[in-house]
Structure formats: structure tokens, C-alpha cells
Design a protein around this ligand. Structure first.
Ligand SMILES: C[S@@+](CC[C@H](N)C(=O)[O-])C[C@H]1O[C@@H](n2cnc3c(N)ncnc32)[C@H](O)[C@@H]1O
Length: 301
């Protein structure tokens, strides 16, 4: 790491320049922006306020906090873990180590789900498998005031964080947080769940783990810092899909959608799993903003 650290930052501009240089030396993309965000956090200023204060001094406490944040980021701790929050659609959630960081691709998954699903009094529930920070469940609950969401994660840390996020966004009373393995808590493992459960669930949505477990396709920033259970899904990254698709078919009534986020190169493999299960209509595969097939939506036959 850059050791030309000034003894003190006499001005905001000096601190920013130092932070940017340290991050750029460690090949962090967008070093200037990230240094700006971290210095703003340390000083309690938003970006516009910080940029209007370039000639101002940096107080000792803020300088110390900034140095610590820059050191973490230079060792590739994700920016969102250092800042403690991340944006998703029109809201922010808290994130911390042990909880998967929201990705922009998942916003498209939610938008697609909202286009396909309207809760009614009789069919008010959606099931979100793999809670993470709670973004999918929270976004659905915010957009559909009549909706109730059952969100399931097998790790405790995401459920704690997601519940806090939902509470601070005022939707916790419409979300059930359940610890368990995929759709097993609803009795969808090998059999059809009870009729009243099947009747009330209008949609299953999931951004499951989908990378090969040896981490060969995963950015080291992810594999070194984000929870392994959030990204690793067996030798080919297909294990969660292979178990979830038949479970979702056990749970959903005909005409009701399953919506999945896809990993790179997995659309045909997932389409094969759906076809061999035999209980699904023809899937729609949708691309993300990089033209990578990213979402599958499919209706139960
Ligand atoms: C890729 S993250 C997605 C988190 C969040 N939905 C999002 O889109 O940001 C996958 C989540 O699934 C959870 N998970 C992994 N395997 C699971 C399983 N077998 N059953 C339930 N949850 C699981 C992980 O703990 C993690 O929180």
C-alpha cells in the first residue's frame, strides 16, 4: 500500500488525492469515486457537500476513520461492507459480512416478477428463496401493498439483517422470515404441500447460489469476502436449481410463475432441468443489460 501518507490531511482535496492513489495502486476500479464516498462517510457529508468542501480541513477523527476505510478497501474488502449499506431499486439496505451484497441484475428479476404477479386476497403470498439482505422480498412488499412474502434462508445472518432492513423500510409485518433449506420448510421437498398452502402461494422467486463451488468463475473479491453459501452451488453451480425446480413444481398450482436469476452460461442447463421435470410450460429467458441471459420466467403447467 502507498506509504506516502501525509502526516495529516490539511485539506479535503489532499485526503481525496491520497485515497484515490492508494486505491488505484491496488487496481480498484473507480478509485476516485470510492475515495470520495469513503471520505464523505468519514466526515458525515454527502458527495455534493464533500465536493463543495475541497479546501476545508479534515478533522483528526475523520482522517483516522478514512485511513482505516481506505486500508480495508485497498485489501479488497467490498465497498458495501465498509460503508455498511447498498442501494437496490429505490431504497437502501444494510449489508454486513455474512450477507450477500445486492447486485443490479437482481433489480431486473424483481421488475420481471412484478410484471407477472399481482397478489389477490386469496393468493397473497410470494415465496423468495435465499433471503440475503432481503432485497427481493422487501421490493415486492413495497411495490405490492396487498402482498405477503415468505422468505427462506438456511443461514441465520441474512435473516437477521433482512428482518432489520424490512423493519426500517416498514414492511416487516408482511414478511415471514424462515430458516430452512430451499422450499423444504413449506413441505415441498418430495411431496405436494397442503392444499391451503398451495392455494395461497402465487409465485416463487429466487436468486439462488449459482457458481461452481471451486470458485473458478468467481471474482476473488466475492470468494474472499462474501459468504460461500451465497454463491457456491456444487461442482457446476447447478445444485440449487436442480433441487429448487422440482420443489417449486410441487408447490405451485398451474399457471403460477417461477422466476429465477441465472448465472453466466446457465440458461440452457436450467431450461433442460425444467424440461426434464416435465411440469412446466416453455420458459422465457431474458437478457441483462450486458445481453447475458439472466432471468428465466416459467409457468407451472
Ligand atoms: C446469491 S444470494 C441472494 C441473496 C438475495 N436474494 C439477493 O438477491 O441479493 C443466495 C442466498 O441463498 C441462501 N442460500 C443458499 N443455499 C440455500 C439453501 N439451500 N436454502 C436456503 N437458502 C440458501 C444464501 O445464504 C444466500 O443468502
Amino acid at each position: 500500500m502507498n506509504d506516502q501518507e501525509p502526516a495529516d490531511f490539511s485539506r479535503v482535496a489532499d485526503a481525496l488525492r491520497w485515497g484515490e492513489e492508494v486505491l488505484a495502486e491496488e487496481s480498484i476500479n473507480g478509485a476516485r469515486l470510492q475515495a470520495t464516498l469513503l471520505l464523505g462517510d468519514a466526515m458525515g457529508l454527502n458527495r455534493a457537500q464533500l465536493l463543495a468542501s475541497l479546501r476545508e480541513p479534515v478533522a483528526a477523527g475523520a482522517a483516522e476513520k478514512f485511513r482505516t476505510s481506505i486500508a480495508s478497501r485497498a485489501s479488497h474488502v467490498p465497498l458495501q461492507y465498509i460503508r455498511g449499506h447498498a442501494p437496490f431499486l429505490d431504497f437502501e439496505v444494510a449489508v454486513r459480512p455474512g450477507v450477500f451484497i445486492p447486485r443490479p441484475e437482481t433489480e431486473m428479476v424483481v421488475e420481471e416478477a412484478l410484471a407477472l404477479w399481482q397478489p389477490t386476497a386469496e393468493v397473497s403470498w410470494a415465496v423468495d428463496v435465499g433471503t440475503g439482505s432481503g432485497i427481493i422480498s422487501i421490493a415486492l412488499a413495497r411495490a405490492r401493498p396487498a402482498a405477503r412474502i415468505c422468505t427462506i434462508d438456511r443461514s441465520p445472518a441474512p435473516l437477521v439483517t433482512a428482518r432489520q432492513n424490512a423493519a426500517s423500510l416498514d414492511v416487516a409485518d408482511r414478511i415471514a422470515f424462515i430458516r430452512g433449506d430451499l422450499l423444504s420448510p413449506l413441505g415441498a421437498d418430495h411431496h405436494q404441500p397442503p392444499a391451503n398452502v398451495r392455494q395461497s402461494v402465487g409465485m416463487v422467486i429466487s436468486n439462488p447460489p449459482y457458481a461452481p463451488e471451486n470458485g473458478r468463475e468467481v471474482d476473488p473479491e466475492v470468494s474472499d469476502h462474501e459468504p460461500r453459501e451465497a454463491w457456491a452451488a456444487g461442482p457446476e453451480g447447478m445444485d440449487a436449481y436442480a433441487r429448487l425446480i422440482p420443489q417449486a413444481a410441487n408447490l405451485l398450482l398451474p399457471g403460477r410463475p417461477l422466476i429465477l436469476e441465472l448465472g453466466y452460461g446457465q440458461s440452457e442447463l436450467v431450461a433442460d432441468l425444467l424440461a426434464s421435470d416435465g411440469r412446466w410450460d416453455e420458459p422465457r429467458i431474458l437478457p441483462d443489460f450486458n445481453e447475458i441471459p439472466r432471468i428465466v420466467t416459467v409457468l407451472r403447467k
